[in-house]
Ligand binder design. Structure first.
Ligand code: ZN
Length: 293
């Protein structure tokens, strides 16, 4: 079986050929630009490669209602040209194979449950802590969409008293997670690239506090069996222990399960699939689309 995968982000369109076990045999990326150019890039990559189905893990927000005529379209994105763009339908018409689509973080959550850090659980939350912050949710083995799909990057947090920018930088909300703790927010707050923020800078203490609030909210809202934290901000590996400690403190013993009372070493974890999580998930979405056609 030959499956196609597309990881669509604000930075790049990553196309790959692989199989239903998540193995990638070929890939190529194109910088994200206007839809017309990117669709030509993507179709050019997949044409002639005899794929049986395509899976897409995309930036959002997306319309994920299979009954809607706009299923698989972008909705309110500020990215030029992409607002309301029918991503799934355009690629389905051009390639004439079943096309599965979900958010990039849902794809990553699916991949981590099937093949990665959540292989022995079926309720898991995956957060990508990047320029923005997104969360994907698997509940009892199914990706959760509900009304639209979760937008956990915009949960409201309590500002840290040490934060000189307590309203954060989200254009929509004062004090939301993405506006306070995304990579862009950290860089705007301190005026330097993330890579240049010293390991002992108070900015990392504040970041750990915000991400611990995120974990507490996630635990009390969704009761996941595991939380996976990926993305470029989490390359500062010392964050993991700080987040575990602060999450434990903030829960204050209220959730009495050994997985969250024992230090959380195996509970709040990095992605086992690393930076391949979204692409792997897209292959699994392609396989699902093929089975369900
Ligand atoms: Zn927001």
């Amino acid at each position: 079986m030959r499956l196609g995968a597309l990881e669509a982000s604000g930075r790049r369109m990553l196309c790959a050929i692989g199989n239903e076990r998540g193995r990638v045999i070929e890939k190529q990326e194109f910088p994200t630009g206007l839809p017309e150019q990117n669709i030509a890039d993507i179709v050019g990559f997949f044409q002639g490669k005899r794929i049986d189905a395509l899976g897409i893990g995309s930036f959002g927000p997306l319309n994920l209602d299979p009954k809607s005529k706009d299923y698989g379209s972008l909705t309110t994105t500020p990215k030029p040209g992409w607002e309301n763009f029918p991503l799934r339908r355009t690629l389905w018409e051009a390639l004439d194979v079943p096309v599965g689509i979900d958010t990039d973080v849902d794809a990553a959550a699916l991949a981590e449950v099937e093949l990665g850090a959540g292989k022995n659980v079926d309720t898991l939350v995956y957060y990508n802590i990047s320029n923005g912050i997104g969360g994907g949710v698997m509940v009892t083995g199914r990706l959760h969409h509900g009304l639209v799909h979760p937008e956990m990057g915009h949960m409201l947090l309590r500002p840290d008293p040490r934060d000189p920018e307590p309203k954060g930088f989200c254009p929509y909300h004062d004090g939301c997670l993405e506006g306070l703790a995304g990579k862009t927010a950290i860089e705007k707050r301190w005026g330097i690239p993330l890579e240049d923020l010293p390991a002992d800078h108070v900015g990392w203490d504040i970041e750990a506090d915000y991400l611990a609030q995120m974990c507490v909210n996630t635990i009390v809202m969704l009761s996941p069996e595991r939380i996976v934290l990926g993305g470029p901000v989490m390359r500062q590996l010392s964050l993991f222990d700080r987040i575990r400690k602060l999450t434990t403190e903030k829960l204050n013993g209220y959730v009495a399960h050994k997985d969250v009372t024992g230090g959380m070493k195996g509970y709040i974890v990095p992605p086992a699939l690393g930076e391949n999580a979204v692409l792997t998930g897209a292959l699994l979405l392609a396989f699902d689309a093929l089975k369900n056609q």
